[in-house]
Ligand binder design. Structure first.
Ligand SMILES: NC(=O)c1ccc[n+]([C@@H]2O[C@H](COP(=O)([O-])OP(=O)(O)OC[C@H]3O[C@@H](n4cnc5c(N)ncnc54)[C@H](O)[C@@H]3O)[C@@H](O)[C@H]2O)c1
Length: 386
């Protein structure tokens, strides 16, 4: 017998919305959610046939295209939002006003100003007791969580410097059609805000808050693309970016990102160098990480490959078998993210990536834009991060 029923609404049935649906369908794998029954109540998308398709494939009771109708349903407890970035501010304002728990996709709006506006609405005393969460899904990968543990527990000592990258080839072919992702007014930015934001979050997750953007460079290589109707449209945001950062206590590092990186279809990599060792995680070696501890006989030391298992992050809650080496994939990161969100609802807590934390991330992206425009270092206000 369920002790608690949580009814879910999903706004946006595209790529990320379907990953959320997959997460909700499998959320009950987590021990702490024993007794919680998740019901997929209603999915909406501006393109109604997509909402219908997703409802039928994932098992939502109802589908449609009206956000207002979904939010007016008092039986729905929690809402996931996975929309183009320019829709976030309007739709999330309504979701927050509805009093429902909310899990939304990164980035929070188009820029720091929209993100701060949403964080202020989320902090309204009228919403006390409701969860506001932003899905930085890469935090849920066991190998990256292991790096965080290694740094937090001092295994490799204070971090001196780091290197982060997120490469993708999803836009490398000039024939890839123009969508909202290639237009500044609908996306807020290109590779850096879309995928680089995950590498930025990985830096903050493992090393600590970003304190300064010391320099940034953005480039657009494919300057126009045809949209679905064949009309040629200018690309108005970055295909690639490089950012010089200071994070944690005083660690320096670089973040490189690109959506035109042939040969690296989807690769987030972070290496941290500390005073007693170093560690690396890459999504290209999803179920392992390497760690070098500068100790013992120097003739035999070297980076050690650790296969992930139940001792790492959310592994036990999402892996098909609770044994080391079986492994998890990116889909499981969405299960773990949904589990964390539902766990917060059940326990009356907030996720560490709440709206306030996500607004802080957006201020770093603003600082990168300012650094690129002025050629000057830009300090970043920290504090909202858990
Ligand atoms: N965490 C991740 O790994 C990850 C991956 C992909 C996308 N994202 C994020 O998810 C969000 C959505 O990206 P996507 O790739 O799913 O985009 P998408 O284009 O695949 O899907 C967006 C959907 O929203 C619908 N839509 C647009 N405006 C709407 C509105 N006002 N009301 C209802 N539906 C509306 C569109 O019809 C479309 O189906 C973005 O913010 C993106 O940054 C995150």
């Amino acid at each position: 017998m369920p002790t608690k029923i949580l009814r879910i609404g999903l706004i946006g049935a595209g790529m990320a919305g379907q990953a959320h649906a997959f997460g909700y369908r499998n959320a009950s794998m987590a021990d702490p959610l024993r007794g919680v029954q998740v019901e997929l109540a209603h999915v909406v998308d501006a393109f109604a046939p997509l909402a219908q398709d997703v409802a039928e494939r994932y098992g939502f009771e109802k589908w449609g295209s009206s956000v207002d109708e979904l939010l007016a349903d008092p039986s729905i407890d929690a809402v996931s939002v996975a929309l183009p970035n320019n829709q976030h501010v309007d739709v999330l304002t309504k979701v927050l006003a509805s009093g429902k728990h909310v899990l939304t996709e990164k980035p929070l709006g188009l820029d720091g100003s929209q993100a701060s506006q949403l964080a202020a609405l989320a902090a309204d005393p009228a919403r006390k007791g409701t969860v506001d969460a932003v899905g930085f899904s890469y935090r849920r990968i066991p190998g990256l969580a292991a790096l965080r543990d290694a740094v937090a527990e001092g295994a490799i000592g204070e971090i001196l410097h780091f290197e982060a990258s997120y490469y993708s080839d999803h836009a490398a072919d000039p024939a890839v059609p123009f969508t909202w992702r290639f237009e500044a007014s609908t996306s807020g930015g290109g590779a850096l805000i879309d995928i680089g934001a995950h590498a930025l979050d990985a830096i903050e997750f493992v090393v600590g808050p970003v304190r300064e953007v010391q320099g940034a460079n953005f480039a657009t290589y494919i300057t126009e693309r045809k949209d679905a109707t064949g009309t040629v449209r200018p690309v108005t945001n970055d295909d690639a970016a490089a950012v010089l950062l200071v994070a944690g206590r005083n660690a320096m590092g670089v973040l490189q990102t690109s959506r035109v990186a042939y040969g690296r279809p989807n690769a987030l990599t972070l290496t941290v160098f500390g005073v007693r060792g170093s560690a690396t995680f890459s999504t290209e070696d999803f179920n392992q990480f390497t760690i070098h501890l500068a100790e013992g006989d120097p003739r035999f030391d070297g980076p050690r490959r650790v296969i992930t298992g139940p001792l790492h992050g959310a592994y036990s809650d999402v892996s098909s078998f609770r044994s080391r080496g079986v492994g998890t994939g990116y889909g499981e990161a969405f299960i773990a993210q949904v589990q964390a969100f539902l766990g917060c609802i059940v326990n009356g807590t907030q996720m560490e990536t709440n709206f306030a934390a996500a607004a802080a991330t957006m201020r770093i992206l603003d600082a990168a834009n300012e650094a690129a425009a002025t050629g000057r270092a830009v300090p970043v206000e920290t504090g909202a991060h858990a």
